[in-house]
Design a protein. Structure first.
Length: 120
């Protein structure tokens, strides 16, 4: 049957939450700039890129995070400004939806024992 191939929204959300929890790591300002140069340069002039760059400039000592969800979308988040972007390298980018920011905030607050990535 055609619809048997589709996964329900709650399952997709759970997969995204687990992926964020497993892949979340903090980034130094240097790592953020390197990512911008290597990946975001494809999107120069994009309003969401500009918005994220302004957040970085406003908070150079801020807390920055990166996570990857199953579809290969890279999530970048600035905790100090509560702003983030999702990037599919070579394809597109846009703002993080409220739910994705919430997932990242929960992952940041979660204890780190048993995980391979250490967060401050």
């Amino acid at each position: 049957m055609l619809f048997e191939k589709f996964v329900d929204l709650e399952t997709l959300n759970d997969e995204r939450r687990r992926a964020v929890q497993a892949s979340l790591r903090s980034m130094t300002l240097e790592e953020v700039h390197k990512f911008i140069k290597e990946v975001l340069s494809d999107f120069e002039g994009d309003p969401w890129q500009e918005s994220f760059l302004r957040a970085i400039e406003a908070h150079p000592q801020g807390s920055f995070y990166r996570a990857v969800v199953p579809q290969g979308v890279i999530l970048l988040y600035c905790a100090d400004e509560d702003i983030g972007i999702g990037v599919l390298p070579g394809s597109g980018m846009g703002p993080l939806p409220k739910e994705a920011k919430s997932d990242i905030k929960h992952a940041i607050a979660a204890p780190v024992s048993g995980r391979s990535h250490v967060r401050p």
